[in-house]
Design a protein around this ligand. Structure first.
Ligand code: SF4
Length: 366
């Protein structure tokens, strides 16, 4: 039998399937037998960890029995995600499992090359250490993160050097995409009724927990919407819509995802758009509710300034000095909220000072 304890830390390796088939219970028992309740609870814990903080709660694996339970909880958690049928949940679950892999690899560096091979991350062990060809790098690296942009990486003759933690991170990216793709495919298929019936109690528990967690998935508390503090790009898109101009898909996505992220609901966004002469609320409802995360998917994140520029929706001639200091329209909005708060605090302090007897003379002397 394979080393189950080691495999339990790498539940996505192909040899896991054979090991589990050899010693695991039959599916009906796994789904319903009281003696496997611990495995079902561990599957629920995986999903709950993904929902709340995109993390799989750690466990200490002491023996093969514990390892087998851990291994069996993974396919069960995947089944539950698919049966809940929520893309936002699938996305968070994939992230949580992949993050766990990264953390495990950082504690187990010798396993990195094999895991990279298994996940299709093509590495090369050169005389100066591990490296990846830039074309493979572009395919797998998290390029949206500042440290992973190719421009900040040294590239020598087409090769990008990688540290050990870099390799772990690329494995995480590859695993996240793999799980996401596999579960997305399952979401598109009808699921067996007997499976749904067997797991009905667990699915009932997960639904309200998903709703509760979803309400926390905003990217930050922006407070009440203040349109006069919007960045030039969002104002420009809105103005062009009001003038009846044709708006590109990129512009529509940018404005809807921006408004959704600062706390507007789909209904609020559609109300905001009512000022536009030829805006068709019914036609837009599907698109807006989708972007605002009200159709079972996680809310979309609005694009950053670089993407806005590439997509032709950053009005270069209308950018201001604050634009030069930020990299995301949300940062612009957040900064202007902060400036407004600071200005109000200063004004209040000055008013309080002037209301204090003798303060006028102090100010005049000052
Ligand atoms: S620089 Fe950024 S915030 Fe400013 S207008 Fe362009 S996209 Fe908007």
């Amino acid at each position: 039998m394979a080393d189950l304890v080691r495999l339990a830390y790498y539940p996505f390796l192909p040899e896991v399937r054979d090991a589990v088939r050899e010693v695991g219970p039959a599916l009906p028992d796994l789904l319903a037998a009281p003696r496997y309740e611990g495995i079902r609870q561990r599957a629920m814990a995986r999903i709950r960890g993904a929902l709340t903080d995109k993390r799989i709660p750690p466990v200490t694996l002491l023996d093969e029995r514990g390892a087998l339970n851990e291994l069996l909880s993974v396919p069960l958690a995947r089944m539950l995600c698919v049966l809940v049928g929520d893309r936002g949940l699938v996305h968070r679950y994939a992230t949580a499992e992949a993050t766990r892999l990264e953390e495990t690899l950082n504690q187990d560096p010798p396993s990195r090359p094999a895991m990279a091979r298994h996940l299709g991350v093509v590495l090369d062990e050169g005389p100066d250490g591990t490296r990846i060809h830039f074309s493979d790098y572009l395919a797998v690296a998290p390029l949206h993160e500042p440290d992973w942009k190719l421009i900040v990486r040294p590239v020598a003759r087409g090769w990008v050097p990688l540290s050990g933690p870099d390799v772990s991170r690329l494995c995480r990216e590859a695993l996240e995409r793999r799980i996401q793709a596999e579960l997305d495919e399952e979401l598109g298929k009808p699921q067996p009724e007997e499976l749904k019936a067997a797991l009905a109690d667990y699915l009932e528990q997960l639904k309200p927990e998903l709703e509760q967690a979803r309400s926390q998935w905003n990217t930050g508390d922006f407070g009440p919407v203040q349109t006069h503090l919007f960045p030039p790009c969002i104002v420009d898109i809105f103005e062009r819509m009001k003038n009846g101009e044709m708006i590109s898909h990129h512009a529509r996505f940018a404005i809807a995802s921006f408004l959704a992220t600062i706390g507007m609901t789909a209904d609020d966004i559609i109300d905001y758009f009512r000022a536009i002469p030829n805006f068709d609320p019914e036609k837009s409802r599907y698109q807006v509710t989708h972007i605002a995360g009200e159709q079972g998917v996680e809310k979309y994140t609005p694009p950053g300034c670089a993407t806005m520029q590439t997509n032709g929706v950053c009005p270069l001639e209308k950018r201001d000095r604050l634009c030069a200091k930020i990299k995301h329209p949300l940062s612009y909005y957040r900064a202007r909220i902060r400036f407004q708060k600071e200005d109000r605090e200063k004004a209040a302090a000055l008013a309080a000072q002037q209301a204090t007897p003798g303060a006028t003379a102090e100010v005049a002397r000052g």
